[in-house]
Write a protein that binds this ligand. Sequence first.
Ligand code: SF4
Length: 197
Amino acid sequence: MILLHICCGPCSLYFVKYFREKNLPFVGYFYNPNIHPYKEFRQRIRALEEVQKIKNFEIIWDKEYGLRKFVKETFMLWDKPGKRCERCYIMRLKATVKKALEIKAEAFTSTLLYSVHQDHELIKAIAEDLSYKYKVPLYYDDFRKGYKEGQKEAIALGIYRQGYCGCIFSEEERYYKKRKKELLRQLKANDTFLFHQ
Ligand code: SF4
């Protein structure tokens, strides 16, 4: 059996299809202390519960809200997205490999390897390191090939799709791009104004 770390409902859909097509037994594992604020955390749990109900598969749940855990893990890295994400991947994948050992899974993998928005190579490298260290095989594939298909299915099923990665910083960053554009527009407008003085 493969232990599949699941970050959210929409990302789990492709894996259900993938493992079933290959006749590979799997169990999901929801462990994401990186999702904030609390309302969003609950909403993502509800979305995955919905997927679970439709697709009928087993999930090991950790429903404890992990804001403090996440902040402790990423301390001083808040404004360094690359380092912060690396710590965040390690935190979730380490918990997954430990859970795989605990339940005697034959291998582990993660829906993080499916996202086209994450640092795929870094996630793979971290998972390989953990696999070597804890002696639990990593089930690897470039699951990004199923991204479009999975997201299409999520839309068709009406599953909630979040607008940001998870942590409060990524929530800010999604608006920051728009804010930056707006600031530049205002600056340009001011320049024009000054130019005409
Ligand atoms: S942006 Fe995503 S991967 Fe990076 S720290 Fe935040 S929740 Fe984790």
